[in-house]
Write a protein that binds this ligand. Structure first.
Ligand SMILES: C[S@@+](CC[C@H](N)C(=O)[O-])C[C@H]1O[C@@H](n2cnc3c(N)ncnc32)[C@H](O)[C@@H]1O
Length: 249
């Protein structure tokens, strides 16, 4: 990437970050050049700045976790509107911990758990819990393998949903820096999500609401996975794309 491709607001933010690292408002050129080089190598601005705002909280982010997206902030908004006083909340594929931590912030009396298959992601989620003084329990599990989910009344999951064959065509910012485990949804993009739905059904979990963020181009196929569920609803994101499925059983 060339410097003319980097918008002025990003350059300004890199300059501010260089000043913060140097602890001075002058004589920060060396730090600025290092940060600019990282950005020219396609590293996302958010990893360079190290922190991102998410809904009402602040999160640390680095290559251990996916950078939370605005679509996921809107998922939080929808859950807030559609969920009445959940008591036991599980966030599957927690990454930075963004969803689990916001659930605790919105529903302080609920017990909130965040799980991830990636130990790296869990380590940053735990840092983010401390950063925001929010009591969420984080541990490792491949979907529901290590989870006793009998009392869970709200499951939220933003699982990987990009089909394997599309991974190579993602922007360098994404494919060269964000964790592949956070992106790869298998052959059809639905492998992880359909495995989760099977697990919920096979474990006979009931009296719960499942809220998923999905690939907008796969809404029909995703809805087909819910043939045994009640009250299955599809919601659009702010760009008017099919993006979320909420279902009860
Ligand atoms: C798309 S990222 C979402 C991260 C975060 N929840 C967010 O919304 O920004 C998907 C996350 O699911 C995790 N993951 C992938 N496969 C998983 C599995 N089988 N079991 C648990 N977590 C999984 C990844 O490590 C990654 O952190």
């Amino acid at each position: 990437m060339e410097i003319r491709n980097i918008p002025e607001y990003e350059l300004a933010r890199l300059r501010e970050k260089a000043k913060e690292i140097k602890g001075a408002t002058t004589d920060y050129e060396k730090e600025y050049t290092q940060l600019l080089t990282r950005r020219l190598n396609h590293e996302p601005l958010q990893y360079i700045e190290e922190y991102v705002p998410f809904y009402t909280i602040q999160l640390k982010v680095d290559q251990r976790c996916l950078i939370p997206r605005p679509e996921t902030e809107f998922l939080i908004e929808l859950i807030k509107e559609n969920s009445k006083n959940p008591k036991n909340i599980l966030d599957i594929g927690t990454g930075s911990g963004c969803i689990a931590l916001m659930m605790k912030a919105l529903f302080p009396s609920a017990e909130v758990t965040g799980i991830d298959v990636s130990q790296d992601a869990l380590s940053i989620a735990i840092e983010n819990a401390q950063l925001n003084s929010l009591a969420v329990n984080f541990y490792q599990s491949d979907l529901l393998d290590n989870v006793d989910a009998q009392n869970i009344d709200l499951i939220v999951a933003n699982l990987p949903y990009i089909p394997e064959e599309k991974l190579a065509s993602l922007d360098k910012e994404v494919i060269d820096y964000e964790p592949i485990q956070a992106l790869n949804g298998g052959v059809d993009g639905l492998e992880v999500i359909s495995k989760l739905i099977d697990q919920i059904e096979n474990k006979h979990l009931e009296n719960l609401m499942l809220c998923l963020e999905i690939d907008s181009t796969k809404s029909g196929q995703t809805l087909d996975l819910f043939s045994n569920w009640e009250e299955v609803k599809l919601y659009k994101d702010l760009a008017e794309k099919d993006r979320y499925v909420f279902a009860r059983r």
